[in-house]
Structures are given as C-alpha cells and as structure tokens.
Design a binder for this molecule. Structure first.
Ligand code: UD1
Length: 372
C-alpha cells in the first residue's frame, strides 16, 4: 500500500513525524513524503526534520511563498504529476494550511483516496484562511481523523458520513509526549539567562503570526499595549515568525517594539527548545492553534489572542482562555494567572501519545477495502 504523506508548513512536521514512525511497524505500507516547500527556511523547516527524525522528503515541490491563489495553484500544478507518476493508494494530508487543501484537491480529482488528519475543527470564522482550508478539505476527504469530539460533531453536522469519521486523539500530542524528556535536556534556559534575557523563574512566552493580528497596524498596536505592561512584570520571550518580522517593518512598529526592553525577540526556534520554553513558562500568549493544545497538555496557562478557537476543548477543560486583542481582556487574563486563580486543566480524552498507532491501524483496515 503506497501512501503519499504531504507536508508543507511548520505545524505539519510535528503531525507527520509520529505517522512516519508508525509506518515502520507495517512493512506492507510504503510511505512517501512530499514536501510542498510552503515553508523553506532552515529554521522553519529543515531543523524540524532533523530534530524529529523525519526522513528526508522523497520529493520537494519547492513552491515557496506567494499569494494564496498563486501558492495553492503552484502546489496543485507541481503535485499532480507526482500523483500520476507514483499512483498511490492514498494521499494523507494534515492540518489546515494551503498545502493541505491544494494536495487534497489534486488527489480526489485523480480518484485517489484522501485521508485528512486533524479533521473537523471549526472556528466559525470564515475570514481565517485556515477555516476555508478545513471546510474544503473535509468535504472531499474519504477518511477523517479527529482530535476532539467537537470535530466529529462538526463533520456530522455538515453531512459527512459517520463511517468516514474516526476520533483518534492527536498526532501532534504524540510528538510532544515522545519528546518531552529530550526537551528537558535543552540548554536554552541557561543560554537565555547568560544573555540577560531571563533573570529569575518567571517569564512569558509569546508567539504571533495570524494575519488578523500581524497584518493590521491597529490590532498589532493594541496587543503591544498589553505586552508593554506585562513586560514590566516579567520578561517576554518572542520567537518571531518571518511574516510577523516583515510586518513589523512594513507597519512601522519596529521602534515601538524595540523600546520595550523586556520583550526579547528571537529567530524562530527548533522544536525541542520551544517545547522546553513552553513547558517552563509562567504563561503563554499566542494566536497559534497548536500551541493552545500543547499548553493544555503541559498544564501551562495559555492566553489566546484571538476571538475564537477551532479547538474548543482546550478552553472547556484545558488551560486555554480566549481573550481576543483588547488590552484590558489580555491583562485581566494575565492577572488571573499571576494571582494563581487559573483553573487546573485536564488532558482531553485520547491525547495520550498513541494517536498515530490508531490512525495507521484504521488505514490498514479501510484502504484494503474498495471505496464506498
Ligand atoms: C502558514 C499557514 C498557517 C500556519 C503557519 C505556521 C496557510 C494559509 N497558513 O502561515 O495556517 O499557522 O503557516 O507557521 O497555509 N516565510 C519565510 N520563510 C519561510 C516561510 C514563510 O520567510 O520558510 C515568510 C514569507 O514571507 C511568506 C510569509 O512568511 O510570505 C508567510 O508564509 P505563508 O506560508 O504564506 O503563511 P504563514 O503566515 O507562514
């Protein structure tokens, strides 16, 4: 059974790693990795392959960055000949990035079975590019693997046949569970102490890259208003996404940020250092999807700088609070953390490090049967 596994952007790599590991136990599966090249910098891509032991991609489409339409179209154009030549039994896509929908569309149009891992998540916000990618990918997939019950409910509500949907837990959490001990050996905290970025146990982690936050000067400035107050209290570590770094210059916010001396900008960091920093942080502020989930498992308070989440379980039982971009709401959540009033989080069902094993077993049972 030949399966093409698609990766393109940074959050995809943590999701594909445990699947590649599981395939090793099944010699009758021949897995191929296709990297679309949506992310291409060493720090956004290569270092994750090395740290997570993901085999080198069999094929790299090298599409790079562009507008949504051009990027999606270029991926489709480059991926179609690969599928024609390889003639796989299935194409597996993860997450919700442009590479996910682009390769998914190519597969189904060629009559190849499409598997979507991390299906069914919905923010309800169609202005998010990822929400469109999620809805479209799910609507054309043959097998849909969900991380949480809300995903199953959303898919059923959209009329997806029940037998296609499987609640299996979360492959990204498999990677976290597998690497937590190794991350404990990271020396990043010591290095940051030496550089004078940290001066005690307390610090906040910050990540921000959503277009709705970093492409708009007013929103970005509002978030900075809250960060200005937090950095008076404790250092903020800010590994900065290339999109955000570019926009700081374009929006003329570089001087404001550099005047906030306790916010420490860093280049994008590798998986193990990042896991180490998140697992020891006092609080994490983010607009990422995956980090809401990782902090839930790590039991670290997470303040989400968005108005909604497609991962509601993290806010229902996890460590996440959705506050948007109003400085007052960000600071109110922050005060709850520092005053010790944060709710004790629970780990969602099936987030136990074994999701990839479940997925591969179900694929083996299903793909051998003719499609319904
Ligand atoms: C993409 C995903 C988003 C995901 C994020 C994780 C889509 C629609 N968005 O957003 O869901 O949360 O990745 O990082 O697929 N760039 C570099 N080097 C790189 C990659 C990008 O400098 O290796 C710069 C380019 O200027 C590019 C910009 O970052 O224009 C944005 O990259 P892009 O892949 O278009 O979207 P992301 O914001 O990274």
């Amino acid at each position: 059974m030949k399966i093409i596994n698609v990766v393109g952007a940074r959050p995809n790599f943590m999701k594909i790693a445990p699947l590649m590991e599981q395939y090793k136990h099944h010699p009758d599966i021949e897995p191929l990795i296709v990297h679309t090249g949506q992310h291409y910098d060493e720090k956004m891509s290569d270092q994750f392959f090395r740290q997570l032991g993901i085999p080198e991609p069999d094929i790299n489409l090298e599409v790079g960055s562009n507008s949504h339409a051009v990027q999606t179209a270029e991926i489709m154009k480059a991926f179609e000949p690969v599928v024609l030549e390889q003639s796989p039994d299935a194409v597996l896509v993860v997450g919700d990035v442009n590479s996910t929908i682009a390769c998914g569309l190519v597969a189904v149009k060629l009559g190849v079975r499409l598997i979507h891992v991390e299906a069914g998540l919905r923010s309800g916000d169609r202005s998010m590019p990822e929400e469109i990618n999620r809805i479209l990918t799910d609507s054309i997939s043959d097998m849909l693997f969900c991380t949480e019950q809300s995903g199953v409910d959303n898919l059923l509500g959209e009329g997806i046949a029940e037998e296609k949907i499987h609640l299996v837990g979360h492959v990204m959490i498999d990677t976290l569970v597998r690497n937590l001990e190794r991350a404990g050996e990271s020396t990043i905290l010591g290095r940051l102490q030496e550089q004078g970025c940290l001066n005690g146990d307390k610090y906040a982690m910050l990540t921000m890259h959503r277009p709705s936050n970093v492409d708009d000067r007013e929103t970005f400035s509002r978030i900075l208003d809250a960060l200005e107050i937090i950095q008076n209290d404790m250092p903020i570590l800010f590994p900065i996404h290339p999109r955000t770094r570019k926009n700081l210059a374009v929006l003329g916010l570089e001087d404001r940020l550099s005047s906030l001396q306790n916010i420490h900008l860093m280049d994008p960091i590798g998986y193990l250092d990042f896991l180490r920093l998140n697992s020891c942080a006092t609080v994490v502020l983010t607009d990422s999807g995956g980090i809401q989930e990782e902090t839930t498992v790590l039991k670290i308070p997470c303040i989400t700088l968005r108005e909604n989440t497609e991962r509601p379980i993290t806010a229902e039982i996890g460590s996440n609070q959705i506050v948007g971009t109003d400085p007052e709401r960000i600071l109110a959540a922050y005060r709850t953390v520092v005053s010790g009033q944060w709710r004790e989080p629970k780990t969602p069902p099936l987030w136990d490090g074994k999701a990839a094993g479940r997925i591969v077993r179900i694929i083996l049972q299903t793909v051998r049967r003719p499609r319904t």
